[in-house]
Write a new protein. Structure first.
Lengths: 212, 212
DNA sequence: GAAGCATGTCAACACTGTTGACATATGTGG
DNA sequence: CCACATATGTCAACAGTGTTGACATGCTTC
């Protein structure tokens, strides 16, 4: 993002070097990591936390390193670049499978409800972080992929009627708009609104795309 | 955004100093600006252009200054900070008044159509820039205000039925989701979709919020 | 012409991501 | 057990960033 490179071209110099000491101990579930593997893990944890709470630009490699008790140079050695560190640590987990699973009837409301109810903080902060960092080509693409994988691909084949693929994509767009308001712009009114009513109202509009 | 301050607190040190030479010549429409006013204008123009095409973080004060043929220190002197320069230059113009004006019937489709058809590039890039820079508290708030002023306030009083204010806010959210896809994430499929069909389909979902 | 202020220039500060050279630990083959 | 190789960690430096304060120049007004 910064230095010594021509502004628009991005060259990845060396790949993220996974420490050799890193092997899955087949035994314990909670592995006591040693040496480099432990350091890498510490960096990863620190990065996840900082990227969730700070802006991309403000979560500095030096901050991450210090929080992990490691040297900034190690961060780059292990992950290649700050951008790759971001990509490896900030991710969506399986997110809407549950809500997605049910019948088409009432799906709109169920999705919105799932979005609001649970502790979706992890997903929210991932979306927020990627959205704000979407000036980076790779991150932008990654977010776009995630949207397609999570919504469009599972949904499109199930929709009946014309423009199924388009409508599936627009379902995702409509949801994105809601997350924008709640998680990125932190609209106080939106946050204060009764979840159930919000699910009903916005879910109904979603349903209009699902079953026109 | 950067230096010498404790990370979270933001102190504005000196106000943007408007050059004294700046007076509206009451005569000509296109005023030939002189001295400082001209410089300020040049900086403003350069900033507008760079913020539209580059990310906030990548549009450096030094770049802006050099594009304007001025010294970086002058940029700060005139605008107070990079953040304030952003706020003063990146703005929405009157945007949806036209589409908003008509009857409630078919309003959803008209709004989407207005969003897509014209050259809305200026508005798109303003939204994109502010969204990506929304890690800054002031910028986040400004964007939120703009959304309320442009959509919620004009729309809410016109909506009939329950939850009018909420529904107006959700209309804005739904639109934001579409702009996300087109202008920020640059979804190729979305961009390739026939505008008319898109207006119809998404507009119908919007209409479900406008007239449930 | 001199004082005063507007405007412009410059070098420096503390920060950023990233790199390359070095030091140390760790493990392996003889 | 030593020697060697490699994995891991440390450090200083580079070019870039936003911002500041000290200085130089210009223009106005007494």
């Amino acid at each position: 993002m910064t230095t010594a490179e021509p502004r628009s071209v991005k060259i990845v110099r060396h790949d993220a070097s996974v420490p050799k000491a890193m092997k899955q101990s087949d035994e314990a579930d909670v592995v006591e990591l040693k040496g480099a593997a432990k350091t890498r893990q510490a960096i990863s944890d620190a990065a996840r936390e900082l990227f969730a709470h700070e802006e991309y630009a403000n979560a500095s490699v030096r901050n991450i390193a210090s929080k992990a008790g490691a040297d900034p140079a190690l961060v780059i050695r292990y992950f290649g670049s700050k951008e790759q560190l971001f990509l490896e640590t900030v991710q969506f987990e399986g997110f809407f499978e549950l809500a997605m699973a049910g019948p088409l009837e009432g799906l709109g409301e169920r999705i919105v409800s799932a979005l609001l109810s649970d502790q979706r903080d992890a997903g929210f902060s991932a979306y927020r972080a990627m959205m704000r960092a979407s000036g980076s080509e790779v991150i932008r693409r990654r977010l776009l992929e995630a949207i397609h994988e999570m919504f469009v691909e599972p949904l499109a084949p199930r929709l009946k009627g014309p423009d199924a693929a388009l409508r599936a994509r627009l379902v995702a767009a409509q949801l994105a708009g809601l997350i924008d308001g709640i998680a990125i712009l932190e609209d106080a009114e939106l946050a204060a609104t009764d979840r159930k009513r919000l699910s009903e109202v916005y879910g109904a509009a979603l349903q209009g795309l699902i079953q026109p």
